[in-house]
Design a protein around this ligand. Structure first.
Ligand code: IVH
Length: 669
């Protein structure tokens, strides 16, 4: 077949697949069967494999994710991504409306419309299209700068990689939200639990983990969805209203939330709020309220913004989900650092689709304030998270004389003495308390610490119960034969756990330090300390003064760190860990810097000496960035053998073109 006909065939297939993606993922109205779709996809893939020069970034085949990266580069937002003022009552909404009418000198009778829609409980992102093709995406971060997650966002099927329709701006920056579907979240948690891993607390955390993955192939497997709802910047497009923005985006094939309404009165806003509150458990994404935006964009502009939030929009939040049930028991849990937490065991009750059978009572102070006792009727609330709490007690319901709850004098797990510090109570058992040991191992293995795959709560319980481990260092002595005799452990599961343990030996120093579970040393603090010392040895020998002098580290943290490393039992544990092959290395902070800082590269054609991911990584280590499509702003186009259309475009735009040799010279290879 002549190349030109292949090109046409490939384009036709892409168009057809895009149309079916749109019908399936956005319109929810598929027209063909999965098998028919797969056949089209396979045909396209085969052609692209045979003619790699015709491959393009906007092809539907490019959604599967690529090679893992070492870190996510910074992403500077075109305009700051502001947050929203939260309102909780109708009176708040009235006051808001009154205030803005005053600002723009508008009487209470004149017409003012708001565009209202659900407030997603997901992650805010900026998505950039260039010439109608998906170009980049970044997380919100601090609103000014986030992390670049282009490859990950590309795997989300409801994001069109190519827009179609009239008058698409050359440069288009949109704001939207990445969410995990509730069904997908439940299935993912079920799978994680089966594999012995910790489940996520809520769909937002799960979505965040998936979106910030270093390996986009993992993101591709997670049930993420995206909705775009705001215009940040568009070249040569000046819509008049928020409604027009949504309608136009939708006409270009972009997924917007069909649940939105133009409201001409505050009553309508409140009705919309009440209506959605009722429907929230039937939606396939989590919401925590509604968002109302002044519809007229020129009015938005004259209202402007405060430092962190615009004056033209607000979030009208829902109250947390609540239900009434009774307290069947009050037990005391012993945490990782020996903290005693009272927990109410409840008669199981359904709170917004989740069965709740226990709720935290936090500490003695709160129990006394609530005055909660055995058998009481209580109201439990579940906010965003799965962990519920008792928020109210119906004292009238108490029929008998029940004694006040008292904290135990001895640890309910190991019997050691309990000491009181303010409102908190602690078990003094330390390494001898089984509960503390258990939680410290779970913490060591957790996702943000040593990230040991396959080692969740239940597996830790089992390993302790069977006497295989007494501390974290024992993890590195476990043998396959030990595991194979445990209930539920077949060859594959045992091997996965051993692989997970082995892989943890190479985690970074800051993960290791955090994983040790030193009081007051959270993830952030661990990073600060590691950046300062650079090695475990220096940290262990450091004086109180030196630690205190690290920017962001207070005296309490410094004291805790020094005490930890002075304790002979801890010294022995760290020694054991190192002796059993754990080699935590400090990773120097990788903020982009280097000779190619700020330079962008586009590849076209095939290179002989390295793959594209390798070349991209190399550029990134030198401070530059590899991107997908060519524009006037591109610094270099690297042309390998059989370059494609990007080569022609670069020539037309006058972008510097490098051949492979010149490129290698530039990166010093
Ligand atoms: S509009 C400047 N619309 O809520 C106003 N935000 O603090 C831009 N959010 O971080 C935001 N759903 O990520 C808007 N339909 C929606 C939203 C929404 C969720 C998030 C947003 C922001 C947070 C508010």
């Amino acid at each position: 077949m002549p190349l030109e006909s292949v090109r046409r065939k490939i384009e036709a297939l892409r168009e057809e697949i895009r149309r079916h993606d749109f019908l399936y993922y956005i319109k929810d109205k598929p027209r063909i069967s999965d098998a028919q779709y797969d056949a089209l996809f396979r045909e396209l893939k085969e052609l692209e494999e045979k003619y790699p020069q015709l491959l393009s970034a906007d092809s539907p085949t490019q959604r599967v994710g690529g090679a893992p990266v070492d870190f996510l580069p910074k992403f500077k937002h075109r305009v700051p991504l502001l947050s929203l003022e939260s309102l909780f009552t109708e009176a708040d909404v009235q006051a808001f409306d009154k205030r803005i009418r005053k600002e723009v000198d508008m009487s209470s009778a004149s017409h003012l419309s708001y565009l209202v829609e659900p407030k997603f409980d997901g992650l805010s992102v900026e998505v950039v299209y260039r010439n109608g093709v998906f170009h980049q995406a970044g997380t919100r971060g601090d609103g000014e700068t986030g992390e670049e997650v282009t490859q990950n966002v590309k795997t989300i099927k409801s994001l069109p990689l190519k827009l179609s329709g009239k008058d698409i701006p050359k440069e288009l920056h949109l704001r939207g939200e990445v969410v995990m579907t509730v069904k997908g979240f439940e299935a993912l948690n079920k799978k994680l639990i089966e594999e012995g891993e910790e489940p996520f607390a809520n769909p937002r955390n799960a979505a965040s983990g998936a979106l910030r993955q270093l390996d986009s192939r993992i993101t591709a497997k997670r049930p993420l969805d995206i909705y775009l709802y705001g215009l940040l910047y568009a070249e040569n497009w000046r819509p008049k209203t928020q409604e027009e923005v949504l309608e136009t985006l939708s006409s270009w094939g972009i997924r917007i939330n069909p649940v939105h309404k133009k409201c001409d009165s505050l009553q309508e806003i409140c009705d919309f709020h009440a209506d959605l509150h009722q429907k929230r458990d039937h939606l396939d994404y989590e919401i925590d309220g509604i968002v109302a935006k002044v519809d007229d964009l020129s009015l938005q502009e004259s209202l402007g913004a405060r430092t962190r939030s615009p004056r033209w929009a607000f979030a009208y939040k829902f109250e947390p989900r609540k239900e009434i049930t009774t307290v069947e028991n009050i037990v005391v849990q012993v945490g990782r650092q020996g903290t005693l937490t009272p927990v109410a065991i409840l008669k199981p009750v359904d709170v917004g689709g989740v069965t709740v059978s226990r709720a935290t009572l936090h500490n003695l102070d709160i129990i006394q304030k609530l005055d909660v006792r055995l058998g009481d009727e209580v109201k439990v609330a579940r906010a965003g998270d799965v962990i519920p709490e008792v928020i109210e007690v119906n004292h009238e319901s108490r029929k008998d004389k029940i004694e006040e709850f008292k904290m135990p004098l001895k640890c309910p797990v190991c019997g050691s003495k309990v000491v009181r510090e303010g409102v908190f109570f602690f078990c003094t058992g330390g390494y001898t308390c089984r509960a503390q040991v258990k939680w410290s191992i779970i913490h060591y293995a957790s996702r943000d610490a040593m990230d040991i795959e396959g080692l969740g709560r239940e597996t830790v319980d089992l390993l302790i119960e069977k006497g295989l481990i007494k501390n974290v260092a024992d993890l590195y002595t476990i043998k396959k034969t030990d595991l194979l005799i445990l209930p539920g452990f077949k060859d594959k599961k045992a091997q996965n756990l051993l692989d997970g343990i082995e892989a943890s030996k190479k985690r970074s120093l800051s993960r290791f330090l955090y994983g040790l579970g030193i009081r007051h040393v959270g993830e952030q603090i661990a990073r600060l300390i590691c950046n300062h010392f650079g090695s475990l040895g220096k940290m262990e020998r450091a004086s109180l003064e030196e630690i205190q002098n690290i920017d962001g580290v207070g005296p309490e943290i410094a004291r805790s760190l020094v005490d930890y490393f002075r304790d002979a039992r801890n010294q022995k544990l760290v020694e054991l860990l190192l002796g059993r092959g754990v080699t935590p290395q400090h990773e120097a902070k990788k903020t982009p810097s280097g000779p190619l800082l700020g330079k962008t590269f586009v590849f076209t054609g095939e290179m002989e000496s390295m793959s594209r991911p390798e070349a991209s990584r190399k550029i990134e280590t030198l401070g530059g960035r590899a991107i997908d499509s060519v524009s006037k702003k591109t610094d270099y186009v690297v042309a390998g053998a059989n370059p494609g259309s990007k080569f022609d475009k670069a020539k037309k735009l006058g972008v510097t073109i490098l051949d492979e040799k010149e490129f290698l010279k530039m990166i010093g290879s």
